[in-house]
Write a protein that binds this ligand. Structure first.
Ligand SMILES: O=CC(=O)O
Length: 347
């Protein structure tokens, strides 16, 4: 019997690949380099594939999905090693009844940890202070009473009120809130587009974390009241540039903006202006519009009040290995048992 063709757009590591290779009736076609698969290679190899393993680096467009249907058996499952699914054309997949496996939850702690790191890096002037160190200027500057000072995250010695804001209030936001509570934030505000009434849960969460309140607000209030704002909504057209010039102009001058979500949530040009003109204190970014093709002269890379890391929010060894295994299991479950362990379904 002919083997089923499985397109592996990225080698996802020893354990997960061993699991995939152990399927006797599968023929794996694997992108041979340790880099995102070339778009033309994906397109050329899509026809006849019944399953695909993808990562954020590959764009699974309608063209790819259509190409997969051109010859041989139909594509049934796309399994992505990510929580985000905006690199897959979901409506094109739905039209062809292709199911999607993804890897939420297992990365929640790692991304929440990283979000806190970015908030601290941005507020505590890590970019500027490291640039000074690397330029060999510490000796001439010495220790200064107010050198590289930034706003306190949380209540601090003055026991001030402090509000943490979340654009999107899913799993990662809530895990980040738990961490922020330990810094002594007093209030949490969030915006989500959902219609579900969370009042009772929010009250319970506030009580559990020792906060004055947790509650949904409109975008305007989110911008105005957040001392630290985390943007943790999915990517896509609904969230494109929610944080734009008008939003940034409403924020506090001492506010720290952290984007661990998706680059296009924040309008880059507006953020550059906001940092240069001091509308906000600083920004910490794990993601940025146009990534990964960020040239060395990108304006945000040269903003002393901006800390940028290259989309490594979930990058702990344990998390990535767990994501890879789940990605492989989702594909195997979907193709062999008709049941994807963790399946993404369109709302
Ligand atoms: O951004 C990371 C992911 O979607 O897993």
């Amino acid at each position: 019997m002919a083997k089923s063709k499985i397109l592996i757009c990225r080698d996802i590591g020893e354990q997960a690949m061993a699991l995939l290779r152990a399927q006797p009736d599968w023929e794996l076609v694997v992108w041979p380099q340790d880099s995102p698969a070339d778009a033309q290679w994906v397109l050329d190899n899509a026809p006849g594939s019944v399953g695909m393993v993808v990562t954020l680096g590959e764009k699974i467009s309608e063209k790819v999905i259509d190409a997969a249907a051109v010859a041989g058996p139909e594509l049934k499952v796309i399994s992505t090693m990510s929580v985000g699914v905006d690199h897959v054309d979901l409506s094109a997949a739905a039209k062809r009844h292709i199911r999607i496996g993804y890897t939420p939850e297992v990365l929640t702690d790692a991304v929440a940890d990283c979000s806190i790191m970015l908030a601290l890096m941005a507020s505590r002037c890590v970019t500027a202070s490291q640039a000074m160190l690397r330029a060999g200027k510490w000796g001439s500057l010495g220790w200064g009473p107010y050198l590289f000072c930034g706003p306190q995250i949380g209540s601090g010695p003055t026991k001030k009120q402090s509000t943490v804001g979340f654009l999107g209030f899913g799993r990662i936001s809530q895990a980040t809130l738990v961490r922020m509570a330990a810094f002594g934030v007093t209030r949490c505000v969030y915006y989500n587009s959902g219609r579900v009434d969370r009042t009772a849960e929010d009250r319970a969460l506030a009580a559990k974390l020792g906060l004055e309140s947790v509650g949904r607000v409109e975008l305007d209030e989110l911008a105005r009241s957040s001392d630290v704002l985390f943007t943790l909504v999915p990517g896509g057209k609904d969230t494109f540039h929610i944080v734009d010039e008008a939003f940034l102009r409403k924020m506090k001058k001492t506010a720290v903006l952290v984007n661990p979500g998706r680059g296009p949530i924040v309008d880059t040009d507006a953020l550059v202006k906001a940092l240069k003109e001091g509308w906000i204190w600083a920004a910490g970014l794990d993601v940025i519009e146009g990534e990964p093709n960020i040239p060395a002269d990108h304006p945000l890379l040269h903003e002393p009040r901006c800390s940028i890391i290259p989309h490594i929010g979930s990058a702990t060894i344990e998390t990535r290995e767990t994501m890879a295994l789940l990605c492989a299991e989702n594909l195997i479950g979907g193709l062999k048992e008709g049941k994807i362990g963790v399946e993404y379904t369109l709302a």
